[in-house]
Design a protein around this ligand. Structure first.
Ligand code: KG4
Ligand code: ZN
Length: 335
């Protein structure tokens, strides 16, 4: 284990998808600045992220984001202890922009470079806001590209209990929202629409594949077919019924996972962790099971660089600096 001071200052960069983000975090827990330049408006007209547009936008937005993160932290580059960047999973071209910039800053300021797994960063959003959280934990990571139920036995020691066999949960939200005419990104739009809807209006299927795996493509297809055949059903009712079906499955599997592993806590991470119903139901589950519950604040659920800095701090303690040879790893796995 690497000996590092309490005030270890990391500048982190996140460019794995459509958010250009930079943050400065002290000792893995104190956020001195966190800047997120969203590209949502650039991609909205295409109904999803266009990789080439994302890469170009990262090139334009990254330097100002880093400059702003440094100014807001009150620090200059040479006062930092390390520079980190997400190295995967994500879009290859988008990742490359952040990695190249981070390596250049690290070389210029003579600092170590730390490569971070994006999903580990989502997981560390929990530790960023709740530093005394202790494994063993079960972590439900739900984003636009991933759906994973992970047993975290200790820092850096994960077991993948289950994953999606088809669509990621955020992807299902986005596709269903598009068909319902709610625009992109679909998750927040469905969440909002569902607030005034009846979750029992339509009984959509709850797929429960073997073990801890998930499947959302049947549900997605059922909702799309229902919307085409029943155009007069209020959008709010369809949104609430779809959301209830997704959340029922996520909660049922998470409940079994904490029971089986004997975990003392349940953490939520990833963009879909911002979902109101999911947050409410996770809280209910933890209260009923007497578990520690951790729900990152909504801004820490969606992509940001503060969570990358938190994961980088733990990685550096365990493994030291990352080789400058390490490049973009679009399919990087957590376990
Ligand atoms: O983690 P994230 O920002 O990017 C990826 O790493 O994929 O997750 C983005 C995903 C999108 O699919 C978006 O629709 C979904 O998170 N999302 C939500 C909510 N906010 C964002 N899904 C459901 N309810 C929300 N409130
Ligand atoms: Zn993400």
């Amino acid at each position: 284990m690497q000996e590092i001071s309490d005030q270890f200052l990391v500048l982190a960069i996140e460019t794995s998808c459509d958010e250009t983000a930079a943050a400065v975090v002290a000792d893995g827990t104190t956020v001195l600045s966190s800047v997120v330049s969203s590209q949502v408006d650039l991609h909205a007209r295409y109904g999803g992220v266009v990789p080439e547009i994302a890469s170009r936008a990262h090139v334009e937005l990254l330097t100002p984001a880093v400059a702003q993160a440094l100014v807001e932290s009150g620090l200059e580059g040479h006062q930092l202890d390390a520079v980190a960047a997400t190295v995967g999973p994500g879009l290859a071209g988008a990742l490359l922009v952040g990695i190249s910039a981070a390596k250049a800053y690290a070389l210029a300021w003579k600092l170590p470079f730390i490569g971070v797994n994006h999903m580990e960063a989502h997981l560390y959003a929990c530790f960023l806001e709740e530093p005394d959280l202790k494994p063993p934990l079960v972590v439900l990571l739900v984003s636009g590209g991933h759906t994973m139920l992970v047993a975290m036995d200790d820092h850096g020691r994960y077991r993948l209990m289950g994953t999606t066999v088809d669509d990621a949960v955020g992807e299902a939200f986005d596709k269903v929202a598009r068909v319902m005419g709610l625009g992109y990104p679909g998750g927040p739009a469905i969440d909002r629409a569902a607030l005034t809807g009846d979750p029992t209006a339509v009984r959509f299927p709850r797929a429960m594949p073997e073990g801890y795996d998930f499947s959302f493509s049947g549900l997605k297809t059922a909702v799309i077919r229902y919307v085409r055949e029943n155009p007069d059903t209020p959008v709010a009712d369809v949104a609430a019924s779809f959301q209830a079906a997704v959340v029922d499955v996520l909660i049922a599997k998470s409940k079994r996972a904490v029971e089986e592993t004997g975990a003392t806590g349940l953490c939520l991470g990833g963009g879909v962790a911002a979902n109101s119903l999911l947050r409410e139901r996770v809280l209910d589950l933890c209260t009923a099971q007497d578990l520690r519950c951790f729900l990152p604040s909504r801004s820490m659920c969606t992509d940001n660089a503060a969570m990358v800095a938190a994961a980088a701090w733990w990685r550096y303690r365990a493994d030291g600096a990352t080789s400058m040879e390490v490049g973009a790893q679009p399919n990087l796995r957590l376990v």
